[in-house]
Design a protein around this ligand. Structure first.
Ligand code: NIG
Ligand code: FE
Length: 417
């Protein structure tokens, strides 16, 4: 299938097949009066409209899209979500706002544990229905690739249910979905006081089983005070690495435990959250090329100080932005809010934020070679915005400006997945 997107007022994209680090994050390629030509979902030509159309005339196309002089950017890559869950925690959210700390709610058997009970109760069909609906909402905001974590089942049956539902969603959706096993999201209530046994259950039973059935590409751990400590995290991730999983880590979110340093030591693909990262941790991520995935909506919803984006970028690290969409710490999948917080409150430039949510998000999923930028050889995942330049993404604050989503060369109508 031949697709042409033409009459592009401004095309803005980072360039490369790996994460952009440090000051490279602010360097975008910006073209005016451009066109993009794709064949069978892969970009074959990008450049000035005149040249691209001369080589590939509109009359030869199966599918043409006039961008109407608006801006075109790469599809967004949301590399950290917990979008599959049962139930909601609206009262907990309000209790938190008036002062009960997040970890205190978890210690009382609420928080993640409340969602675990609700997720164990819903049927597979209901889980899939919810998952589909939430993926559609992401797609309508321009997310063409996302990640999803398990971790609200914790026991064997419900974790396998979550992972296999995500595998089905991946098959049936036009979106790309990366699946992460997060059995180490909390010690389940039935293992209270027996965390060592739970770690053994994860490493000896769950991880080999999930690997064998090929249900997840990443393994993640919530390394936090009162959840999994550094030693337990190391044990779980080492076992996962031996089995061939790529690694992610919820690191230094609320307490600074040295999660970033551990991510660097183990060669993780990304270390996520990092609100409380140390200077040492920043240096370790930069040195070992671990993507620092920042989740501004979570800091906002928890009313915590934002992760030190400037220090990370100025220290030479690669920063990605993601939503952390989940029913507890951040019941927000808003891409416009995330971009606004990153630029207005975390002092990232608009160019850095765009790189963070496209190419560096792709790198946080190990896919920067195939998605995340508008370049020959990459998947034709493009967004046509409502305005003539990418600067509007933050200037028109908190509002979805994605008018058309093109996924692998297909123009999606009405956010269908
Ligand atoms: O990334 N921090 C741990 N996990 C999620 C929150 C999960 C929840 O509160 O349900 C997060 O913020
Ligand atoms: Fe998370």
């Amino acid at each position: 299938m031949k697709t042409m997107v033409y009459n592009i007022g401004q095309l803005a994209t980072p360039l490369g097949t790996s994460a952009r680090r440090g000051k490279e994050m602010g360097e975008l390629r910006v073209l005016s009066n451009a066109a993009v030509y794709a064949e069978d979902g892969i970009i074959r030509a990008v450049g000035s409209q005149e040249e691209v159309l001369r080589e590939h005339p509109l009359t030869e196309m199966d599918c043409c899209m006039d961008a109407g002089q608006k801006a075109v950017i790469p599809g967004f890559v949301d590399s950290h979500t917990h979008f599959l869950f049962g139930g909601y925690r609206e009262q907990e959210f309000l209790d938190r706002i008036v002062g009960t700390p997040y970890l205190e709610l978890l210690r009382r058997g609420g928080g993640i544990q409340a969602t675990v009970s609700a997720t164990r109760e819903i049927s597979r069909e209901e889980m899939k229905r919810l998952g589909k609906q939430r993926m559609r909402e992401m797609l309508a905001q321009g997310v063409t690739t996302m990640e999803g974590k398990s971790g609200y089942g914790l026991d064997e049956a419900c974790e396998l249910k979550m992972l296999s539902v995500m595998q089905e969603l991946k098959q049936e959706s036009c979106m790309d979905l990366a699946v992460t096993y997060l059995g180490a999201h909390a010690v389940p209530l039935e293992y209270t006081g027996r965390s060592k046994e739970y770690v053994r259950f994860l490493t000896e039973r769950m991880l080999p089983m999930i690997r064998k059935q090929n249900l997840a590409e990443f393994c993640d751990v919530f390394c936090e005070d009162g959840v999994f400590d550094i030693e337990e995290t190391r044990t779980i991730l080492q076992a996962a690495k031996r089995l061939g999983f790529a690694l992610k880590l919820h690191a230094d979110e609320i307490e600074c435990l040295g999660g970033a340093e551990l991510a660097a030591e183990l060669g993780a693909t990304s270390a996520d959250h990092l609100l409380a990262i140390s200077d040492n941790g920043i240096a370790a991520l930069a040195e070992k090329h671990v993507v620092a995935t920042l989740l501004p909506n979570t800091a906002f919803c928890l009313a915590k100080p934002y992760a030190p984006a400037r220090k990370l970028i100025d220290g030479g690290a690669a920063v990605a932005l993601a939503s952390d969409y989940n029913p507890g710490s951040c019941f927000s999948n808003s891409i416009p809010l995330m971009l606004a917080l990153a630029v207005i409150h975390m002092h990232m430039s608009m160019e850095e934020a765009l790189t963070a949510l496209t190419l560096n998000g792709a790198a946080a999923l190990g896919h920067a070679d195939t998605i995340g930028s508008i370049e020959v050889g990459k998947k034709a995942d493009l967004l046509i915005l409502r305005y003539p330049s990418y600067q509007f993404l933050v200037y028109h604050t908190g509002v979805n400006q994605v008018e058309h989503v093109i996924k692998a060369g297909r123009i999606l109508e009405g956010g269908k997945i």
